[in-house]
Design a protein around this ligand. Structure first.
Ligand SMILES: *[C@@H]1O[C@H](CO)[C@@H](O)[C@H](O)[C@H]1NC(C)=O
Ligand SMILES: *[C@@H]1O[C@H](CO)[C@@H](O)[C@H](O)[C@H]1NC(C)=O
Ligand SMILES: *[C@@H]1O[C@H](CO)[C@@H](O)[C@H](O)[C@H]1NC(C)=O
Ligand SMILES: *[C@@H]1O[C@H](CO)[C@@H](O)[C@H](O)[C@H]1NC(C)=O
Ligand SMILES: *[C@@H]1O[C@H](CO)[C@@H](O)[C@H](O)[C@H]1NC(C)=O
Ligand SMILES: *[C@@H]1O[C@H](CO)[C@@H](O)[C@H](O)[C@H]1NC(C)=O
Ligand SMILES: *[C@@H]1O[C@H](CO)[C@@H](O)[C@H](O)[C@H]1NC(C)=O
Ligand SMILES: *[C@@H]1O[C@H](CO)[C@@H](O)[C@H](O)[C@H]1NC(C)=O
Ligand SMILES: *[C@@H]1O[C@H](CO)[C@@H](O)[C@H](O)[C@H]1NC(C)=O
Ligand SMILES: *[C@@H]1O[C@H](CO)[C@@H](O)[C@H](O)[C@H]1NC(C)=O
Ligand SMILES: *[C@@H]1O[C@H](CO)[C@@H](O)[C@H](O)[C@H]1NC(C)=O
Ligand SMILES: *[C@@H]1O[C@H](CO)[C@@H](O)[C@H](O)[C@H]1NC(C)=O
Length: 793
């Protein structure tokens, strides 16, 4: 194999694990009735059955009249009853992914029993098609009068690899007026079909109609199927194989034979075992000499199950020279072998029920010739299990939101912005150490802003104390090139009750889980992160992390893998050695700064500010206009001893005028706070149509807002609403410090707490925020912060 190839393999293996933790789709895909309502445009409203992934995007859209002919026995014969799948009051669930997706339509048979029909689709990189269909029909008394069936359920699975409704995945929409699918017993008739699968784009106007062919197509998604002694499939493969074989001509020159396997009728043979599959593809040699019929060209593909993946570990080609492919070959009928080394480690798939998908070329090179394999869709083991449950490793690292346990969406766009999988255990140092595992079903909440995002994983302290939650907060930043977690904080109730809680935070600038801002995916399965947050220690493993994600980026990830290869654990010593705290990085994660004369940042802030301004129209009517302070607003200000000012300034689109929001800070002996906010808004024609006046100026009354102990960062995700005359100023997603005097901004922070957090607050609590709620001190306890990484990382 050449070096390029090895690099390619490396990426393969990385993606492997990312997807191994894929969660079963049915848990995550949204369930909702009549999902049509979520669509805006009229085109979308045409679809009766829509599966929406965890994102807001529909991934399977179908419109069809489905009639199921259900067999049932009566006294004297087998009869069929036609049931029409309702087009209203159905529940849709399923799983959206890049290679295999399914949609399950569920409706009531009786009050207690549900009928369902499941459509599983496959994406062969170019076309999607219906792969299989499953029926679960309850033969209720009302519809199946006088039935003598002992079994009231009719359950049936179609053949696999149906290859129905074949349509370009990029831009096709399938239209078919009438298609019948035969089961061993029973039938499904689909009429007036409009179908889109693996949709990634909600503009359907560009999709081109594909009509269903009159006759059944002969081609299959998987041309190579290996069956075991019981005639059950154990391996299924789709791959384009091209052989490039040098040979010596009669003139002693070097010729090159290019052999494309798709030109031949291939026979599939081999051996199925629990952990090894050997698939042999054979085709007759073109050698026309006397022994030709004894000579078979052959490719042997050997797959093995390893610990976490199954892989192609050996490929061997044996080909006889013939006159057709080897023009002017010196010796006809000579055997040429090309093989990889053992443990070639190609095409990894999850070890249990896995699929490998890769449209790209993989080259196996040797002096005897090269093998180029592309367009791979491979099930090397467990080919009989339901495809809908399969786990896919895709070399393009197309990740779907459904593959992640923790997803935070941008509130405005609905696009997921932070996606993560990780295993966390939290240990609390008390009299004796207690360890809690963070459940994978912890709830992820948080927000996304331009430069600063937050992900909070929380889970109930116990079943009894359901409202009281343990939580772990990831503070996420980005600079020009990378995103990263710059601080982790946690609140843990070690006693499984609400009696006692322990807060902790790491220092700012721990710089974990960093990957490229453009298309970046961070992945680490072979390192253990021990992170000390004061009295709490977090152990984090198996991390896949994406932040500041925007939908354009999902197609091909730029993977950053942690570097350690060993998997041994160095347990922290019982008396932790205080390792020196790494030099914190400059403060890269704030949007707005005000520098003092001594070149120290005195005000650093992330905040989203929304303004609602009342105005009068030329007809003297009262209207309201709204503005968002842009994150790239220019910042000016002053740093004083007792008073500091931050002025956010931005140009009004299409004019020479400015808008300004001025935030005035004040400090007393122990706290700093916002004293007032001034607005100076230019009433432009776009946001304030038909306005009578030119501008609007207002100030808030005297405030004591965001009051925070000095040298602490104030953090608050929820809305804080202020009024300035009749204008409303709403501030959210705040991370803020004023009157900072230190070279690096502190890690200590004060969080405002969500309204539902009823945990006891104490002397440290400060009332604040118009919406209400209690602010408690977080992180102050954790002055000694220690973060250790494993050797070798
Ligand atoms: C939706 O229905 C309209 C009118 O019936 C039709 O013009 C349009 O092509 C349909 N769109 C799709 C995607 O089926
Ligand atoms: C859908 O269900 C609701 C309540 O279950 C019922 O009132 C309504 O008639 C049903 N609609 C249809 C079309 O069956
Ligand atoms: C199915 O029946 C159950 C029980 O009567 C009812 O609660 C549920 O709403 C029904 N579902 C639909 C989709 O009609
Ligand atoms: C069911 O059986 C009853 C009594 O034998 C008969 O009257 C009725 O017609 C039957 N119904 C059907 C649909 O065969
Ligand atoms: C649909 O096809 C089935 C069999 O292929 C046929 O029996 C039926 O009459 C067709 N229906 C229509 C409306 O063409
Ligand atoms: C969909 O794409 C077409 C063609 O590019 C464009 O004209 C149309 O505005 C788009 N529609 C939406 C809703 O984006
Ligand atoms: C594989 O080989 C083909 C033909 O020799 C070549 O065009 C292609 O660039 C190679 N691909 C890789 C990834 O090396
Ligand atoms: C096989 O691949 C290698 C590396 O890409 C290349 O140098 C060589 O020419 C190829 N051999 C043939 C017969 O194409
Ligand atoms: C989370 O998982 C645990 C253990 O599997 C289970 O007991 C608990 O009910 C789950 N919680 C939720 C909200 O699903
Ligand atoms: C951005 O952050 C990454 C990861 O923390 C760091 O390696 C890189 O040097 C930073 N780049 C700049 C320009 O600060
Ligand atoms: C991946 O990210 C790195 C920065 O970490 C960048 O240098 C590289 O160009 C990116 N590669 C791709 C394919 O985007
Ligand atoms: C990490 O993933 C591997 C592979 O799936 C698994 O064996 C291991 O148990 C996981 N580790 C944790 C701590 O969950």
């Amino acid at each position: 194999m050449n070096r390029r190839h090895l690099k390619f393999l490396f990426v393969h293996t990385l993606i492997v694990i990312a997807l191994l933790h894929a969660i079963n789709g049915s848990e995550l895909a949204t369930r909702s009735e009549n999902q049509i309502a979520t669509f805006g445009t009229e085109e979308k409203a045409n679809f009766t059955y829509v599966l929406t992934s965890v994102t807001t995007k529909p991934c399977i859209l179908a419109n069809m009249i489905i009639t199921i002919k259900v067999p049932y026995k009566t006294q004297d014969k087998v009869d069929y009853k036609s049931l029409v799948v309702p087009d209203r009051n159905v529940t849709i669930d399923g799983h959206c992914s890049g290679v295999i997706s399914y949609m399950n339509i569920i409706w009531n048979a009786t009050d207690e029993k549900n009928n369902s029909i499941k459509f599983t689709f496959i994406n062969d990189h170019t076309y999607f098609s219906l792969f299989s269909t499953d029926l679960n029909i309850y033969r209720d008394k009302k519809h199946f009068e006088n039935t003598t069936d002992k079994e009231q359920w009719f359950r049936a699975t179609s053949d696999v690899d149906l290859r129905l409704f074949v349509t370009p995945v990029e831009n096709g929409i399938h239209k078919c007026s009438n298609k019948t699918l035969n089961f061993k017993k029973g039938e499904v008739i689909m009429q007036n079909v409009s179908l889109i699968a693996f949709n990634r784009n909600d503009n359907f106007t560009l999709r081109q109609e594909v009509q269903c062919p009159k006759e059944q197509q002969k081609s299959e998604t998987f041309p190579y199927v290996l069956k075991d002694a019981n005639n059950k499939a154990c391996a299924m493969a789709r791959m384009s194989i091209l052989l490039t074989v040098p040979f010596k001509t009669k003139k002693s020159e070097t010729g090159i034979a290019n052999i494309d396997l798709s030109k031949y009728k291939i026979n599939v043979d081999g051996d199925c075992q629990d952990t090894v599959t050997m698939m042999t593809l054979t085709w007759p040699s073109g050698d026309s000499s006397a022994y030709a019929n004894k000579k078979e060209n052959k490719i042997t593909l050997s797959f093995v199950k390893k610990k976490t993946t199954s892989e192609l570990y050996y490929v061997e080609v044996q080909i006889f020279t013939d006159e057709e492919n080897f023009k002017d070959v010196e010796r006809v009928g000579e055997l040429i072998s090309i093989n990889t080394r053992y443990d070639a480690s190609l095409f990894p798939a999850p070890v249990a029920n896995g699929v490998h998908s890769c449209p790209k070329q993989t080259n196996v090179t040797s002096s005897n010739g090269n093998i180029t394999i592309s367009d791979v869709l491979l099930v090397a083991f467990d080919a009989e299990t339901d495809f809908a449950t399969k786990k896919v490793i895709d070399c393009r690292s197309i990740l779907f939101e459904d593959d992640f346990a923790y997803v935070i969406k941008n509130k405005n766009t609905g696009i997921p912005c932070t996606l993560a999988n990780m295993s966390i255990t939290a240990s609390v140092k008390e009299n004796k150490e207690r360890t809690l595992s963070v459940l994978t079903n912890a709830t992820a909440t948080g927000f996304c802003a331009d430069k600063y995002s937050q992900m909070v994983l929380s889970w109930p302290v116990s079943q009894k104390a359901n409202n009281v939650k343990n939580s772990i907060t990831f503070h996420i930043g980005q600079n020009k090139t990378h995103f990263f977690v710059f601080q982790i904080a946690a609140t843990i109730y070690p006693g499984a009750n609400d009696k006692k809680k322990i807060n902790g935070a790491s220092y700012t600038g721990i710089n974990l889980f960093s990957a490229a801002v453009a298309n970046g995916i961070y992945h680490c399965s072979n390192s253990i992160f021990d992170i000390e947050l004061g009295d709490i220690r977090l152990t984090i493993t198996n991390v896949t992390f994406i932040a500041f994600y925007s939908e354009e980026n999902i197609y091909s990830g730029n993977l950053t893998e942690c570097k350690t290869e060993t998997s041994t654990t160095t347990k922290p010593t019982s008396t932790p050695q205080p390792t020196p705290i790494p030099e914190p990085k400059p403060n890269v994660h704030y949007n707005y700064y005000v520098n003092s004369t001594s070149n120290v940042i005195c005000i650093a802030a992330n905040m989203s500010i929304f303004i609602e301004v009342p105005y009068k129209t030329t007809e003297n009517k009262d209207r309201k206009g709204t503005l968002n302070v842009p994150s790239n607003a220019s910042v000016a200000g002053e740093c004083g001893d007792k008073l500091s000012v931050m002025k956010l300034n931005w140009m009004v689109n299409g004019s020479k005028e400015n808008n300004t929001v001025t935030v005035n800070f004040e400090k007393d002996d122990s706290n700093y706070f916002i004293r007032s906010v001034n607005l100076s808004v230019y009433l432009d024609d776009h946001n304030f149509p038909n306005h009578r006046d030119k501008s609007y100026n207002a100030s808030t009354a005297s405030l004591n807002e965001f009051s925070t102990p000095l040298n602490n960062v104030y953090k608050c995700a929820r809305n804080t609403s202020l009024t300035a005359k009749d204008a409303k100023i709403v501030i959210t997603n705040v991370a803020l410090i004023a009157f900072n005097t230190k070279q690096t901004i502190t890690s200590q922070s004060v969080d405002c707490v969500d309204d539902d957090d009823t945990s006891e607050s104490n002397a440290g609590a400060i009332a604040g925020g118009i919406i209400g709620g209690i602010i408690v001190l977080v992180g102050i306890i954790s002055l000694v912060v220690l973060y250790r990484r494993r050797r070798g990382y």
